[in-house]
Design a protein around this ligand. Structure first.
Ligand code: CO
Length: 408
Protein backbone atom coordinates (compact mmCIF):
# COMPACT_ATOMS: atom_id res chain seq x y z
CA UNK A 1 0.00 0.00 0.00
CA UNK A 2 1.40 3.43 -0.91
CA UNK A 3 1.70 6.18 1.69
CA UNK A 4 -0.81 8.18 -0.31
CA UNK A 5 -3.45 5.43 -0.09
CA UNK A 6 -2.68 4.89 3.59
CA UNK A 7 -3.29 8.52 4.42
CA UNK A 8 -6.85 8.29 3.14
CA UNK A 9 -7.76 5.65 5.75
CA UNK A 10 -6.31 7.78 8.53
CA UNK A 11 -8.02 11.11 7.82
CA UNK A 12 -11.23 10.04 9.50
CA UNK A 13 -9.57 8.46 12.53
CA UNK A 14 -7.46 11.57 13.17
CA UNK A 15 -10.67 13.59 13.18
CA UNK A 16 -12.24 11.06 15.57
CA UNK A 17 -9.33 11.35 18.02
CA UNK A 18 -9.77 15.12 18.04
CA UNK A 19 -13.47 14.70 18.80
CA UNK A 20 -12.77 12.35 21.73
CA UNK A 21 -10.10 14.63 23.18
CA UNK A 22 -12.43 17.60 23.07
CA UNK A 23 -15.26 15.64 24.70
CA UNK A 24 -13.85 15.42 28.22
CA UNK A 25 -10.85 15.78 30.48
CA UNK A 26 -10.52 12.02 31.18
CA UNK A 27 -10.38 11.18 27.50
CA UNK A 28 -7.82 13.93 26.99
CA UNK A 29 -5.70 12.53 29.82
CA UNK A 30 -5.67 9.11 28.16
CA UNK A 31 -4.60 10.53 24.81
CA UNK A 32 -0.89 10.99 24.12
CA UNK A 33 1.06 12.87 25.30
CA UNK A 34 -1.00 12.84 28.57
CA UNK A 35 -0.25 10.20 31.25
CA UNK A 36 -3.32 7.96 31.84
CA UNK A 37 -4.17 6.70 35.35
CA UNK A 38 -3.12 3.14 34.50
CA UNK A 39 0.45 4.32 33.95
CA UNK A 40 0.74 5.92 37.38
CA UNK A 41 0.79 2.77 39.54
CA UNK A 42 1.56 -0.91 38.93
CA UNK A 43 -1.28 -2.99 37.51
CA UNK A 44 -2.95 -6.10 38.93
CA UNK A 45 -0.85 -8.84 40.49
CA UNK A 46 0.20 -11.71 38.29
CA UNK A 47 -1.88 -14.72 39.24
CA UNK A 48 -4.80 -12.65 40.50
CA UNK A 49 -6.86 -14.56 37.96
CA UNK A 50 -5.78 -18.24 37.67
CA UNK A 51 -8.24 -18.81 34.81
CA UNK A 52 -8.22 -15.74 32.59
CA UNK A 53 -11.23 -13.78 31.43
CA UNK A 54 -11.57 -10.92 28.91
CA UNK A 55 -11.16 -7.25 29.86
CA UNK A 56 -14.07 -5.90 31.91
CA UNK A 57 -14.62 -3.49 29.03
CA UNK A 58 -15.55 -6.49 26.85
CA UNK A 59 -18.20 -7.76 29.29
CA UNK A 60 -20.90 -7.12 26.68
CA UNK A 61 -19.44 -9.69 24.26
CA UNK A 62 -21.54 -12.65 25.31
CA UNK A 63 -23.63 -15.41 23.81
CA UNK A 64 -27.11 -14.49 22.64
CA UNK A 65 -29.77 -16.52 24.47
CA UNK A 66 -33.07 -16.62 22.57
CA UNK A 67 -36.11 -16.07 24.75
CA UNK A 68 -38.98 -18.50 24.94
CA UNK A 69 -37.09 -21.75 24.35
CA UNK A 70 -37.97 -24.76 26.47
CA UNK A 71 -34.91 -25.22 28.69
CA UNK A 72 -34.96 -29.00 28.76
CA UNK A 73 -35.83 -29.74 25.14
CA UNK A 74 -34.72 -26.95 22.87
CA UNK A 75 -32.21 -24.79 24.75
CA UNK A 76 -29.64 -22.95 22.66
CA UNK A 77 -27.20 -20.05 22.86
CA UNK A 78 -25.76 -18.26 19.84
CA UNK A 79 -22.26 -17.06 19.05
CA UNK A 80 -21.94 -13.24 18.70
CA UNK A 81 -20.43 -13.50 15.20
CA UNK A 82 -20.63 -9.74 14.66
CA UNK A 83 -18.22 -9.12 17.57
CA UNK A 84 -15.53 -11.67 16.67
CA UNK A 85 -12.48 -11.60 14.40
CA UNK A 86 -10.63 -14.41 12.64
CA UNK A 87 -12.14 -17.89 12.33
CA UNK A 88 -11.79 -19.47 15.78
CA UNK A 89 -14.57 -19.18 18.34
CA UNK A 90 -13.44 -18.75 21.96
CA UNK A 91 -14.71 -21.64 24.10
CA UNK A 92 -16.78 -19.28 26.26
CA UNK A 93 -18.64 -17.99 23.18
CA UNK A 94 -19.13 -21.28 21.32
CA UNK A 95 -22.78 -21.85 20.43
CA UNK A 96 -24.79 -24.44 22.39
CA UNK A 97 -27.76 -26.63 21.65
CA UNK A 98 -29.09 -29.06 24.24
CA UNK A 99 -31.98 -31.50 24.21
CA UNK A 100 -32.08 -32.41 27.90
CA UNK A 101 -29.96 -29.93 29.83
CA UNK A 102 -26.21 -30.07 30.52
CA UNK A 103 -25.09 -33.12 32.53
CA UNK A 104 -22.37 -32.77 35.18
CA UNK A 105 -20.24 -35.82 34.33
CA UNK A 106 -17.39 -37.15 36.47
CA UNK A 107 -14.80 -38.30 33.90
CA UNK A 108 -13.48 -40.94 36.32
CA UNK A 109 -16.90 -42.62 36.26
CA UNK A 110 -17.61 -42.07 32.57
CA UNK A 111 -17.43 -45.08 30.23
CA UNK A 112 -17.74 -45.54 26.47
CA UNK A 113 -19.28 -48.84 25.38
CA UNK A 114 -18.78 -50.15 21.83
CA UNK A 115 -20.99 -53.11 20.99
CA UNK A 116 -23.31 -54.61 18.37
CA UNK A 117 -21.75 -55.89 15.15
CA UNK A 118 -18.18 -56.02 16.46
CA UNK A 119 -15.75 -58.88 17.10
CA UNK A 120 -14.69 -57.59 20.54
CA UNK A 121 -17.19 -55.43 22.49
CA UNK A 122 -15.32 -52.77 24.48
CA UNK A 123 -15.96 -50.66 27.56
CA UNK A 124 -13.41 -47.83 27.66
CA UNK A 125 -12.49 -45.39 30.42
CA UNK A 126 -11.42 -41.86 29.51
CA UNK A 127 -7.85 -42.94 30.22
CA UNK A 128 -8.28 -45.73 27.67
CA UNK A 129 -9.63 -43.28 25.10
CA UNK A 130 -6.67 -40.94 25.59
CA UNK A 131 -4.18 -43.80 25.01
CA UNK A 132 -5.21 -44.03 21.34
CA UNK A 133 -3.19 -41.98 18.79
CA UNK A 134 -4.52 -38.41 18.78
CA UNK A 135 -5.17 -35.79 16.08
CA UNK A 136 -6.15 -32.11 16.03
CA UNK A 137 -8.20 -30.42 13.31
CA UNK A 138 -9.92 -27.05 12.87
CA UNK A 139 -13.56 -27.58 11.89
CA UNK A 140 -16.79 -25.61 12.05
CA UNK A 141 -19.85 -26.96 13.84
CA UNK A 142 -23.31 -25.75 12.78
CA UNK A 143 -26.84 -26.50 13.91
CA UNK A 144 -29.09 -27.57 11.02
CA UNK A 145 -31.72 -25.04 12.20
CA UNK A 146 -29.45 -22.03 11.61
CA UNK A 147 -31.84 -20.30 11.07
CA UNK A 148 -35.16 -22.03 10.62
CA UNK A 149 -36.98 -21.05 7.42
CA UNK A 150 -39.50 -18.96 9.35
CA UNK A 151 -36.88 -17.43 11.64
CA UNK A 152 -35.20 -14.97 9.29
CA UNK A 153 -36.48 -11.92 11.15
CA UNK A 154 -33.55 -11.53 13.56
CA UNK A 155 -31.73 -8.23 13.99
CA UNK A 156 -28.07 -9.24 14.31
CA UNK A 157 -25.77 -11.70 12.53
CA UNK A 158 -25.97 -13.75 15.72
CA UNK A 159 -29.79 -13.77 15.67
CA UNK A 160 -29.71 -15.02 12.08
CA UNK A 161 -26.82 -17.50 11.97
CA UNK A 162 -25.32 -17.59 15.48
CA UNK A 163 -25.70 -21.37 15.67
CA UNK A 164 -22.28 -21.81 14.06
CA UNK A 165 -18.84 -21.76 15.63
CA UNK A 166 -15.37 -23.04 14.76
CA UNK A 167 -12.67 -24.59 16.93
CA UNK A 168 -9.62 -26.80 16.97
CA UNK A 169 -10.75 -30.26 18.06
CA UNK A 170 -8.47 -32.94 19.52
CA UNK A 171 -9.29 -36.59 19.90
CA UNK A 172 -8.94 -39.99 18.30
CA UNK A 173 -10.23 -41.11 14.93
CA UNK A 174 -13.48 -43.03 15.37
CA UNK A 175 -12.12 -45.49 12.76
CA UNK A 176 -9.20 -46.33 15.07
CA UNK A 177 -11.53 -47.24 17.95
CA UNK A 178 -13.89 -49.19 15.68
CA UNK A 179 -10.94 -51.14 14.27
CA UNK A 180 -9.88 -51.97 17.81
CA UNK A 181 -13.34 -53.48 18.36
CA UNK A 182 -13.28 -55.17 14.92
CA UNK A 183 -16.21 -54.44 12.58
CA UNK A 184 -18.29 -57.36 11.34
CA UNK A 185 -18.99 -57.41 7.56
CA UNK A 186 -22.64 -56.25 7.85
CA UNK A 187 -21.76 -53.20 9.98
CA UNK A 188 -23.36 -50.31 8.07
CA UNK A 189 -24.35 -47.79 10.77
CA UNK A 190 -23.09 -46.69 14.17
CA UNK A 191 -25.79 -45.52 16.56
CA UNK A 192 -24.27 -42.99 19.00
CA UNK A 193 -25.91 -42.30 22.36
CA UNK A 194 -25.23 -39.41 24.73
CA UNK A 195 -25.25 -39.54 28.53
CA UNK A 196 -27.57 -36.55 28.90
CA UNK A 197 -31.13 -36.78 30.24
CA UNK A 198 -32.41 -36.91 26.63
CA UNK A 199 -30.10 -39.87 25.80
CA UNK A 200 -29.61 -37.95 22.53
CA UNK A 201 -29.17 -40.65 19.88
CA UNK A 202 -28.20 -40.38 16.20
CA UNK A 203 -27.23 -42.91 13.53
CA UNK A 204 -24.03 -42.34 11.58
CA UNK A 205 -23.30 -44.06 8.24
CA UNK A 206 -20.28 -46.36 8.50
CA UNK A 207 -18.54 -44.54 5.62
CA UNK A 208 -18.42 -41.32 7.69
CA UNK A 209 -17.26 -43.25 10.77
CA UNK A 210 -14.32 -44.68 8.79
CA UNK A 211 -13.54 -41.37 7.06
CA UNK A 212 -12.95 -38.20 9.10
CA UNK A 213 -15.14 -38.81 12.20
CA UNK A 214 -13.47 -38.16 15.54
CA UNK A 215 -14.05 -38.92 19.19
CA UNK A 216 -13.13 -35.57 20.73
CA UNK A 217 -12.04 -34.72 24.28
CA UNK A 218 -10.43 -31.29 23.81
CA UNK A 219 -11.47 -28.03 22.15
CA UNK A 220 -9.14 -25.11 21.48
CA UNK A 221 -6.44 -26.80 23.55
CA UNK A 222 -8.38 -27.43 26.75
CA UNK A 223 -10.75 -30.20 27.76
CA UNK A 224 -14.26 -29.89 26.35
CA UNK A 225 -16.59 -27.63 28.30
CA UNK A 226 -19.61 -29.39 29.88
CA UNK A 227 -21.81 -27.57 27.33
CA UNK A 228 -19.78 -29.15 24.50
CA UNK A 229 -19.99 -32.75 25.70
CA UNK A 230 -17.40 -33.14 28.46
CA UNK A 231 -15.67 -35.52 28.73
CA UNK A 232 -16.19 -37.06 25.27
CA UNK A 233 -18.18 -36.35 22.13
CA UNK A 234 -18.48 -37.48 18.54
CA UNK A 235 -17.34 -34.96 15.94
CA UNK A 236 -18.53 -35.32 12.33
CA UNK A 237 -16.87 -32.64 10.14
CA UNK A 238 -19.38 -30.87 7.87
CA UNK A 239 -22.43 -32.75 9.20
CA UNK A 240 -25.35 -31.11 11.03
CA UNK A 241 -24.35 -30.36 14.62
CA UNK A 242 -26.80 -32.59 16.48
CA UNK A 243 -25.15 -35.70 14.98
CA UNK A 244 -21.89 -34.91 16.76
CA UNK A 245 -23.38 -36.54 19.85
CA UNK A 246 -22.14 -35.00 23.10
CA UNK A 247 -21.43 -36.79 26.41
CA UNK A 248 -20.88 -39.93 24.34
CA UNK A 249 -21.50 -43.17 26.26
CA UNK A 250 -22.39 -45.77 23.65
CA UNK A 251 -21.67 -46.74 20.05
CA UNK A 252 -23.96 -49.51 18.85
CA UNK A 253 -22.68 -50.89 15.54
CA UNK A 254 -25.67 -52.01 13.46
CA UNK A 255 -26.86 -53.04 10.01
CA UNK A 256 -29.67 -50.44 10.06
CA UNK A 257 -30.04 -46.90 11.40
CA UNK A 258 -31.72 -46.51 14.79
CA UNK A 259 -34.65 -44.46 13.39
CA UNK A 260 -34.59 -42.53 16.65
CA UNK A 261 -36.83 -39.59 17.57
CA UNK A 262 -34.15 -37.18 16.29
CA UNK A 263 -34.18 -38.77 12.83
CA UNK A 264 -37.93 -39.31 12.42
CA UNK A 265 -39.99 -36.50 14.00
CA UNK A 266 -37.05 -34.07 14.27
CA UNK A 267 -34.16 -33.24 11.94
CA UNK A 268 -36.16 -34.23 8.87
CA UNK A 269 -37.20 -31.74 6.20
CA UNK A 270 -40.84 -31.43 5.14
CA UNK A 271 -41.08 -30.76 1.39
CA UNK A 272 -43.84 -28.86 -0.45
CA UNK A 273 -45.47 -32.14 -1.61
CA UNK A 274 -45.86 -33.36 1.98
CA UNK A 275 -43.05 -35.95 1.87
CA UNK A 276 -40.07 -35.53 4.18
CA UNK A 277 -36.37 -35.70 3.46
CA UNK A 278 -34.62 -37.89 6.03
CA UNK A 279 -30.91 -38.26 6.89
CA UNK A 280 -29.93 -34.87 5.46
CA UNK A 281 -26.49 -34.76 6.97
CA UNK A 282 -24.27 -32.29 5.14
CA UNK A 283 -24.36 -28.55 5.83
CA UNK A 284 -24.32 -26.83 2.43
CA UNK A 285 -22.21 -23.79 1.53
CA UNK A 286 -23.16 -20.59 3.30
CA UNK A 287 -21.78 -17.19 4.21
CA UNK A 288 -22.71 -14.04 6.09
CA UNK A 289 -21.27 -10.54 6.32
CA UNK A 290 -20.52 -9.98 10.00
CA UNK A 291 -19.30 -6.37 9.66
CA UNK A 292 -21.11 -4.22 8.84
CA UNK A 293 -24.16 -6.18 10.00
CA UNK A 294 -27.52 -5.69 11.69
CA UNK A 295 -27.74 -3.03 14.44
CA UNK A 296 -24.27 -1.65 13.59
CA UNK A 297 -23.83 1.84 12.13
CA UNK A 298 -21.31 2.94 9.52
CA UNK A 299 -20.08 6.31 8.31
CA UNK A 300 -19.41 7.31 4.69
CA UNK A 301 -15.94 6.61 3.29
CA UNK A 302 -13.80 3.53 3.71
CA UNK A 303 -15.46 0.51 5.34
CA UNK A 304 -14.01 -2.97 5.24
CA UNK A 305 -16.69 -5.56 4.56
CA UNK A 306 -15.84 -8.83 6.30
CA UNK A 307 -17.60 -12.05 7.14
CA UNK A 308 -17.48 -15.82 7.29
CA UNK A 309 -18.07 -18.58 4.76
CA UNK A 310 -18.15 -22.35 5.14
CA UNK A 311 -19.23 -25.58 3.50
CA UNK A 312 -19.77 -29.08 4.79
CA UNK A 313 -18.45 -30.38 1.45
CA UNK A 314 -14.84 -29.30 1.85
CA UNK A 315 -13.17 -25.96 1.15
CA UNK A 316 -14.61 -22.59 0.18
CA UNK A 317 -13.49 -21.68 -3.35
CA UNK A 318 -14.72 -18.10 -3.37
CA UNK A 319 -17.02 -15.51 -1.83
CA UNK A 320 -18.74 -12.83 -3.87
CA UNK A 321 -20.05 -9.63 -2.31
CA UNK A 322 -22.64 -7.20 -3.64
CA UNK A 323 -22.82 -3.61 -2.42
CA UNK A 324 -25.60 -2.58 -4.82
CA UNK A 325 -28.45 -4.87 -3.85
CA UNK A 326 -27.40 -7.74 -6.14
CA UNK A 327 -26.91 -5.81 -9.41
CA UNK A 328 -23.19 -6.63 -9.41
CA UNK A 329 -20.95 -8.98 -7.40
CA UNK A 330 -17.25 -8.63 -6.61
CA UNK A 331 -14.78 -11.29 -5.51
CA UNK A 332 -13.78 -10.96 -1.84
CA UNK A 333 -10.28 -11.86 -0.60
CA UNK A 334 -10.12 -15.09 1.40
CA UNK A 335 -7.91 -15.24 4.48
CA UNK A 336 -5.31 -17.98 4.00
CA UNK A 337 -5.06 -20.79 4.76
CA UNK A 338 -8.51 -21.85 3.56
CA UNK A 339 -9.17 -24.97 5.61
CA UNK A 340 -11.29 -28.02 4.90
CA UNK A 341 -14.70 -27.79 6.64
CA UNK A 342 -13.63 -24.78 8.71
CA UNK A 343 -14.85 -21.19 8.76
CA UNK A 344 -13.18 -19.03 6.11
CA UNK A 345 -12.82 -15.28 6.73
CA UNK A 346 -13.43 -13.04 3.73
CA UNK A 347 -12.81 -9.33 3.25
CA UNK A 348 -13.63 -6.68 0.67
CA UNK A 349 -12.50 -3.05 0.83
CA UNK A 350 -15.45 -0.72 0.21
CA UNK A 351 -16.00 3.00 0.03
CA UNK A 352 -19.57 3.82 1.02
CA UNK A 353 -21.01 6.88 -0.72
CA UNK A 354 -23.66 7.51 1.94
CA UNK A 355 -26.55 6.33 -0.26
CA UNK A 356 -29.06 3.74 0.91
CA UNK A 357 -28.11 0.28 -0.38
CA UNK A 358 -28.16 -3.47 0.35
CA UNK A 359 -25.03 -5.59 0.83
CA UNK A 360 -24.78 -9.39 0.86
CA UNK A 361 -22.34 -12.24 0.34
CA UNK A 362 -22.63 -15.58 -1.43
CA UNK A 363 -20.25 -18.51 -1.02
CA UNK A 364 -19.05 -20.91 -3.71
CA UNK A 365 -17.52 -24.18 -2.51
CA UNK A 366 -14.94 -26.47 -4.11
CA UNK A 367 -17.70 -28.60 -5.68
CA UNK A 368 -18.88 -25.50 -7.61
CA UNK A 369 -22.07 -25.20 -5.53
CA UNK A 370 -23.27 -21.60 -5.12
CA UNK A 371 -25.10 -20.42 -1.99
CA UNK A 372 -28.70 -19.71 -3.10
CA UNK A 373 -30.90 -16.68 -2.51
CA UNK A 374 -33.85 -17.23 -0.16
CA UNK A 375 -36.19 -17.06 -3.19
CA UNK A 376 -34.23 -19.73 -5.10
CA UNK A 377 -33.98 -21.97 -2.04
CA UNK A 378 -37.67 -21.82 -1.13
CA UNK A 379 -38.66 -22.34 -4.79
CA UNK A 380 -37.25 -25.86 -4.36
CA UNK A 381 -37.74 -26.52 -0.66
CA UNK A 382 -40.99 -24.66 0.03
CA UNK A 383 -41.70 -23.01 3.38
CA UNK A 384 -42.66 -26.08 5.42
CA UNK A 385 -39.02 -26.98 6.15
CA UNK A 386 -37.34 -25.97 9.34
CA UNK A 387 -33.74 -27.17 8.85
CA UNK A 388 -31.01 -26.51 6.27
CA UNK A 389 -31.69 -22.89 5.38
CA UNK A 390 -28.39 -21.76 3.83
CA UNK A 391 -29.77 -18.75 1.94
CA UNK A 392 -27.91 -15.49 1.29
CA UNK A 393 -28.38 -12.96 4.13
CA UNK A 394 -28.90 -9.37 2.90
CA UNK A 395 -28.15 -6.32 5.07
CA UNK A 396 -29.88 -3.03 4.27
CA UNK A 397 -27.90 0.14 4.92
CA UNK A 398 -29.95 3.28 5.46
CA UNK A 399 -28.76 6.76 4.49
CA UNK A 400 -27.93 7.44 8.16
CA UNK A 401 -25.60 4.40 8.17
CA UNK A 402 -27.86 2.17 10.26
CA UNK A 403 -27.55 -1.51 9.19
CA UNK A 404 -30.65 -3.73 9.37
CA UNK A 405 -31.91 -7.14 8.28
CA UNK A 406 -32.51 -6.95 4.53
CA UNK A 407 -35.22 -9.64 4.63
CA UNK A 408 -37.51 -7.64 6.90
CO1 CO B 1 -30.68 -32.55 8.25
Amino acid sequence: MTMHARRRFLVRSAAAVGAVAASGARAEQATPPGIPDWMKAPGADTGSQPYGTPSRFEAGIIRNIPKGLKQYTSASTRTPLQDLDGILTPNGLFYERHHGGIPDIDPAQHRLMIHGLVERPLVLTMEDVRRFPSESHIYFLECSGNPGFEAIKGKTASDLVGLISCAEWTGVRLATVLREAGLKPDAKWVVAEGADAAAMTRSIPIAKCLDDALLVYSQNGERLRPQQGYPLRVFLPGFEGNMSVKWLRRLNVAAEPGYTREETSKYTDLMPDGTARQFTFVMEAKSIITRPSGTQRITPGFNEITGLAWTGRGRIRGVQVTTDGGKSWREAALQEPVLNRALTRFRLPWTWDGQQTTIASRAIDETGYVQPSFEDLTAVRGLKSFYHNNAVVPWRIAADGEVANGYA
